[in-house]
Design a binder for this molecule. Structure first.
Ligand code: ACO
Length: 326
């Protein structure tokens, strides 16, 4: 068995900033409510011409540059997204073509906000068995395109962006030490898009009723998130024989500071061991952990040998966590 780790990271967010005060002009909300309930101050919004693949490819290019590898060296591209360019072909195939990664297999995964951690876990398996050497894992989202901009319960939460990592062989003892993935489909009804699939195909009526946007029972998702952040972090640590005090940096899904704060306290971590950027980007779903990981690394907050714990929860409902020795 080979050791699988991260050889390079990259991220990209669109230029346009939408602040809480901008939102005050769009729905009945306030900067005070959004800040105290979520921690979010602003988020990035994709240009009308930008689809998920456009954001993903920017992040991917930076990750390839960081890993110092050429597109032709990539064996597989995995894109985690709930906002694919279209139902098919996959966003991964679109990125494969635009990158010129002609030797890569490519597919998307739909795991909501846990998608990037699921993607890392899939890549880990292929690298550990020796079947593949270099795998590009991308989380890319344009949630602004599936947001109901008249619904104050959801429109204040989300943002657009992409993050990427190249997974490949690393020195023995380093890399992804453990992974824990899970799902509870019975909770799927708390966070979903009703129409546009084979259950309720797009029609004039579904468009009129706004059924192509996110429906969420915020409190149900909140309760689930706090519970699962706790169990998933502990399980990933147990699986590689580590303890909360071994963590150098927690990279959590960036949905809500109150959810992250509950996890931080439970793990007894100091503030500087938890990376938070949701104030700038909001919840970018599958891109969130990937962007946070890239930012923390580029700011020099992650050094060789550090123990990183990533954890996320999302639509499905799903969750995932992994311990990485950098
Ligand atoms: N501005 C002002 N008031 C608001 C807003 C808003 N933007 N949104 C809701 N309210 C009101 C509600 O209508 C409610 O008013 P009422 O008491 O008169 O009915 C009041 O504020 C309280 O609402 P709650 O839903 O109880 O607020 P809560 O403290 O639960 O916070 C929140 C809501 C932020 C959505 C929280 O539940 C949460 O973060 N949940 C998790 C959501 C999440 O992480 N989702 C993403 C999952 S990932 C994925 O896969 C996309």
């Amino acid at each position: 068995k080979f050791a699988a780790g991260i050889l390079g990271t990259g991220s990209y967010v669109p230029e346009k900033v939408l602040t809480n005060s901008d939102l005050e002009k769009m729905v009945d909300t306030s900067d005070e409510w959004i800040t105290t309930r979520t921690g979010i101050k602003e988020r990035r919004i994709a240009d009308p011409s930008q689809a998920a693949s456009d954001l993903g490819i920017e992040a991917a290019r930076k990750a390839l540059e960081d890993a110092k590898i050429a597109p032709s060296e990539i064996d597989m591209i995995i894109v985690a997204t709930v906002t694919p360019d279209m139902n098919f072909p996959s966003t991964a195939c679109i990125i494969q073509a635009n990158l010129g990664a002609s030797n890569a297999a490519a597919f998307d995964i739909s795991v909501g906000c846990s998608g990037f951690i699921y993607g890392l876990a899939i890549a880990q398996q292929f690298v550990e068995t020796g079947m593949y050497n270099k795998i590009l894992v991308i989380g890319a989202e344009t949630l602004s395109k599936i947001t109901n901009w008249k619904d104050r319960n959801t429109c204040v939460l989300f943002g657009d962006g992409a993050g990427a990592a190249v997974v490949g062989r690393v020195e023995s003892g380093y890399g992804i030490l453990s992974t824990y993935l899970g799902a509870d489909g019975t909770g799927g009804k708390h966070l979903y898009i009703p129409a546009g699939g084979s259950r309720m195909p797009a029609s004039e009526e579904t468009v009129k009723k706004n059924l192509h946007t996110i429906f969420m029972e915020g409190q149900e998702v909140f309760k689930f998130a706090v519970k699962v952040m706790d169990s998933a972090t502990i399980e990933a640590l147990n699986r590689c024989g580590l303890k909360p005090e071994d963590i150098d940096m927690l990279i959590p899904h960036q949905a809500n500071t109150r959810i992250i704060e509950a996890a931080r306290k439970r793990l007894k971590l100091s503030d500087d061991k938890v990376y938070i950027n949701l104030d700038k980007y909001g919840n970018t779903s599958a891109a969130s952990v990937a962007i946070a990981l890239d930012e923390a690394y580029r700011k020099g907050l992650i050094k060789k040998g550090d123990i990183i714990l990533t954890v996320a929860f999302g639509a499905g409902l799903t969750w995932g966590s992994s311990v990485i020795k950098w």
